[in-house]
Design a protein around this ligand. Structure first.
Ligand SMILES: Nc1ncnc2c1ncn2[C@@H]1O[C@H](COP(=O)(O)OP(=O)(O)OP(=O)(O)O)[C@@H](O)[C@H]1O
Ligand SMILES: [Mg+2]
Length: 1014
């Protein structure tokens, strides 16, 4: 059944005309809901009760009837619709059924007309206007939402003859009005509202102000083409039709201003099409005619003069409308007689067909007159006239593309002048605007105004884009919306899956491409076609219009589609997880949380996070795993795993408190589950960040806990838990400086991690293991083959290889294989450079520097240490810097650059913490030598002996030797050779133990020298 909208008669479903009144029956509009930003206007009459008392009821009825008719007419003239009459009040909505980019301004214009019309009826108006998001169903056209309530409240707060604007409305129309602020306490609102009282409305103001003040950026080629077209018109005495197409704000009008400014001898006339108004078909032509001398001045035929005068409203004698195009052409040709004419018609995408016909008539038929018709339009023009300009030899159409990113930067610079924004703010504007100069301007204005450093999308831009989508036919729009669910880039198959009822996806997409809304893009899935939204903001506008319930459903369906079709995608889990997450989020917002969907989302996000963890992207992992945890409360053994992984990811980039909190949750959950193995594993993990978890923490207690866990776990044989327990032991041994213990524990960790497939733990263990083999007491004869084997094991993993190379270089140096060492070292360096890891590169000096020292080239060593220190300092790193600058001091000392050596010692001293034993020992050793050279032997010896005592607390055998050699030097300078020889023997023993051939030789030579000196 179709109900006739005119008379209410019910008609059979397939009727085209009403059986009762004969009115045309339009198909029932699709009943679906949209979210829209609309402007709501309430208008009431002041004193109507008093009026009711004083006027005869019959007269009052007539009066009110006239009032309603008049109000309705005004609203509709501005493209709004009257939603309802409530008592004496009128509620109108601008944006329903059709959005316009200037709905807010239309509402204000209508308000002013209403206000001015009412006194004639003997009453006064009070009006409230507010803009905001509402949900509308296209069938019953009812706007609901908070925005409506606020508009009503504003109207109640307005005085007689007043128009009050809500903040959003005021922001949108700020270029066209003058207002004064007014703070209102509104019923039912916690915050006071800052409304604006309308003082002046500037007629003719555009929907939003264009600045035109920054100098033109780019567009050299387009300008040249315009100039060529003009030259051709002049040279051939011909008419040229030049059309600039481009999306809103891309710079069509601006380019035109620039071009016109470059013309010397030409008569320039301009007309602009308005988006709405009454009887505006010929409006731009009328404007143009007014800028030219009258038709009689050119001696035109009387019929032409009559037609023109009629157009100008001067002559009421009717001429047939067929004469108008001809007359206009004649007039333009006559005007071009003396000097070339450039006639600009802006915004002709709003033109009526008759007007487009007129332009084509002139372009086709004009002869012997230099005339450039310059037309500006958005791509929508092609919807009206797909063949615009086509087939004409004298027509040129260009498409104005967005500015490049360098051009955008230039524009930003010119707009901001002396007061640039923060670089990352500027960067965000550049990214969000994507080369659209209007968007750049509006965003800059918004940022400058709000001053909170946030880049949000200005309401003006949102209105512009939403209005553009509202003009699409529903099927085309549906396709665009389905695409927006996938993202900026979407696949045809997905659209089809989300819109199974649509039989012509292909054609719709082609239409959208032609409308410059999307363009074909490289598909991410084999055998698919992909499209990309021309602008991210278009995607957002399409998406934002979908009701949340629809978004939720579409996300879930998309997840299913990509699960089925995206097996080849590396990020499949992440993508599916994201879409399920969105589906859950909207459901939750609507109070319809769906637990099983949440679990599925969490599983996918968890899986994606785990993979990021393995490839070493801790920050991505932490985010993904964090999302998984907040999606669904972790439960069961998988929940414990998830919390542990999240903790590990957080710890990787230094979020230790957060990491510990998550791991403690894991311990509690495991305990609740009664799973002892998991509990032990989690407990070992949580103890790896000692100072945070336990104020009574000592390395010994950590080691003890680890060993106890190992004892309990060994019979069960759970590799993951055993890996965690041994990792705890290794950490404790590391803290107390027992490299041998570290090495032993890490051997277990590597073994268990390999068996349980825990690649991340294995890699971390290997990295430290190779270092502990070198620094600890393991002799070269055992250590070198081990680290060489580890390099083999690293296989294709370049980063791991770079770590395995370090101790090899260290051992080679001890053997005097300097060139081999340098070669390997160069390889490690180039790997790290390629991987872009400056911090890892900085620490290479720990190996290259000592090699050069052993090779007898302290100058080379000094260069390496200096560079390493500089990088570490620049990154405010201190853990490594403390040790490296002490080594740097040694190299400077060897070069005789004592002042610099002193500075390096100071740096080391400042950077070392009390338990940083090797740094504490090394800087003391270096300073002792400097003091001894100045003859301060007592102080020197005290420091040097402290250095020995300190280094002996840890088992760094080479360093134990080196620090002793320092003491030997001090004693020798003091002339105490006997004591020096004793200490030297101790050093020698350590070098022999480690297998350090080069130092063994040097120590022996020194022994001989000391003997000879006696
Ligand atoms: N190349 C440019 N260099 C500097 N500013 C520009 C450039 N292009 C455009 N602008 C500025 O961007 C704003 C929007 O440009 P313009 O009004 O010309 O867009 P448009 O394409 O005519 O849009 P519409 O379709 O809405 O009429 C203007 O303020 C203009 O001054
Ligand atoms: Mg323009």
């Amino acid at each position: 059944m179709i109900t006739c909208p005119t008379c209410g008669q019910e008609n059979p479903a397939d009727s085209r005309f009403c059986n009762a009144c004969g009115a045309e029956l339009l198909p029932a509009p699709e009943t679906r809901e949209y979210r829209k930003v609309v402007t709501v206007l309430f208008c009431d009459v002041v004193g109507s009760t008093a009026l009711g008392e004083s006027v005869d009821p019959e007269a009052l009825r007539t009066l009110l009837g006239r009032y309603f008719d008049e109000m309705k007419a005004i609203v509709e003239r501005h493209g709004g619709s009257v939603e309802k009459f409530i008592g004496d009040a009128v509620m109108a909505v601008f944006g329903v059924p059709q959005l316009h980019e200037d709905d807010a301004l239309r509402a204000v214009r209508a308000a002013v007309e209403m206000r001015d019309a009412l006194p004639e009826l003997g009453v006064e108006a009070r009006i409230g206007i507010n803009t905001g998001e509402v949900v509308v169903g296209t069938a019953e056209r009812l706007a609901t939402g908070d925005a409506v309530n606020v508009a009503a409240r504003l109207e109640q707060a307005a005085g007689a003859g007043e128009v009050l604007l809500g903040p959003e409305t005021a922001q949108l129309v700020r270029g066209a009005v003058e207002t004064e602020p007014l703070t209102l306490e509104l019923k039912g609102k916690s915050e006071p509202l800052v409304a604006q009282r309308l003082l002046v409305l500037h007629e003719e103001a555009p929907a939003f102000a264009r600045r035109l003040d920054a100098p033109l950026v780019g567009r050299a080629r387009e300008l040249r083409r315009l100039q060529e077209a003009f030259a051709q018109a002049v040279d051939d005495r011909s008419c040229q039709l030049f059309t600039i197409l481009g999306v809103a704000g891309v710079g069509k009008s601006r380019l035109t201003v620039e071009f016109l400014g470059s013309l010397e001898e030409a008569t320039i006339v301009r007309g602009r099409y308005l988006p709405y108004g009454e009887g505006i078909t010929y409006w731009p032509i009328i404007e143009v005619l007014k800028q030219l001398p009258g038709p009689s001045d050119f001696g035109l035929e009387p019929a032409a003069v009559a037609a023109i005068e009629q157009l100008l409203g001067e002559e009421h004698a009717a001429t047939s409308s067929e004469e108008i195009p001809w007359a206009v052409r004649k007039l333009l040709e006559a005007a071009a007689e003396s000097s070339p004419v450039v006639a600009v018609f802006d915004d002709i995408h709003w033109a009526e067909p008759t007007f487009l016909d007129l332009l084509e008539h002139i372009a086709d038929l004009s002869r012997e007159a230099p005339l450039l018709l310059l037309c500006l339009a958005r791509p929508e023009l092609l919807d009206k006239r797909s063949g615009w300009g086509g087939g004409k030899l004298n027509a040129t159409t260009i498409l104005l593309e967005p500015l490049s990113s360098t051009e955008t930067d230039e524009l930003l610079e010119r707009l901001l002048g002396e007061a640039p924004l923060e670089p990352d703010l500027q960067q965000r504007i550049r990214e969000a605007a994507e080369g659209n100069p209007l968007f750049v301007e509006e965003m800059v204005a918004l940022v400058e105004e709000s001053g909170d450093g946030e880049v949000s999308v200005p309401g003006t831009i949102q209105a512009l884009l939403a209005a553009r989508l509202d003009q699409l036919e529903p099927a085309e729009r549906g396709v665009l919306e389905r695409g927006s669910v996938e993202g900026r880039v979407f696949h045809r198959g997905a659209v089809q899956a989300l819109a199974p009822e649509e039989t012509n996806v292909e054609r719709r997409l082609t239409g959208l491409v032609r409308k410059e809304l999307v363009r074909p893009d490289k598909p991410q899935l084999a055998g698919e076609d992909a499209y990309r939204f021309r602008h991210l903001l278009i995607r957002d506008a399409a998406y934002d219009a979908l009701p949340k319930a629809t978004r939720s459903e579409l996300h879930e369906r998309f997840a299913a589609w990509v699960e089925a079709h995206g097996a080849e995608l590396v990020e499949l889990d992440e993508i599916v997880g994201y879409h399920l997450e969105q589906a859950c989020r909207y459901r939750a917002e609507l109070g319809q949380a769906d637990e099983s969907l949440e679990r599925r989302a969490a599983e996918r996000l968890g899986a994606a996070g785990r993979r990021s963890l393995v490839v070493g992207d801790a920050s991505a992992a932490a985010k993904l795993l964090g999302r998984a945890v907040s999606m669904a409360e972790p439960s069961g053994p998988e929940g414990v795993e998830l919390l542990l992984e999240l903790g590990s990811a957080l710890a990787d980039f230094g979020e230790l408190h957060e990491a510990t909190a998550r791991q403690e949750e894991a311990v509690n959950l495991a305990r609740k589950l009664g799973d002892r193995v998991l509990e032990l594993r989690a407990a070992c993990e949580v103890r790896r960040f000692p100072a945070i978890t336990d104020p009574f923490y000592t390395a010994e207690r950590a080691i003890e806990f680890g060993h106890e866990a190992v004892l309990e776990l060994e019979p069960i044989g759970d590799d993951q838990a055993l890996g965690a327990a041994w990792a705890l032991v290794a950490m404790g041994e590391n803290v107390r400086g027992h490299w041998r213990g570290v090495e032993a524990a890490l051997d277990h960790v590597v073994e268990h991690a390999r068996r349980s497939g825990d690649r991340k733990r294995e890699i971390e263990a290997r990295q430290l293991l190779s270092a502990s083999i070198f620094w600890g007491p393991t002799p070269l004869s055992v250590g070198l083959p081990r680290v060489e084997a580890m390099r083999q094991d690293a296989g294709e993993d370049k980063w791991l290889e770079s770590w395995a190379i370090r101790p090899i270089v260290g051992f080679y140096a001890m053997q005097g294989r300097f060139d081999e060492g340098r070669e390997l070292f160069a390889r490690a360096r180039s790997i790290l450079e390629e991987l872009g890891l400056p911090m890892d590169i900085a620490t290479l000096a720990f190996w290259s520097g000592p090699l050069e020292m052993l090779a007898g080239d302290p100058a080379a060593a000094e260069r390496d240490f200096a560079a390493g220190c500089e990088e570490l300092e620049a990154r405010r790193e201190t853990g490594w810097l403390s040790t490296m600058s002490a080594l740097h001091a040694e190299a400077l000392d060897a070069l005789g650059r004592f002042d610099e050596a002193e500075a390096a010692v100071r740096l080391s001293k400042e950077a070392s913490t009390s338990d940083d034993y090797d740094a504490q020992a090394l800087w003391r050793g270096a300073e002792a030598k400097l003091l001894a050279r100045r003859g301060q032997f007592d102080e020197a010896e005290r420091l040097a002996r402290e250095a020995v005592a300190t280094i002996d607390r840890i088992d760094e055998v080479n360093h134990q030797g080196n620090v002793r050699i320092g003491l030997v030097e001090v004693l020798r300078l003091a002339g105490r050779n006997d004591e020096a020889r004793e200490v030297l023997e101790e050093a020698l023993a350590r070098y022999e133990q480690k297998g350090n051939a080069v130092m063994t030789d040097q120590a022996r030579t020194l022994r001989d020298e000391l003997r000879a000196a006696d």
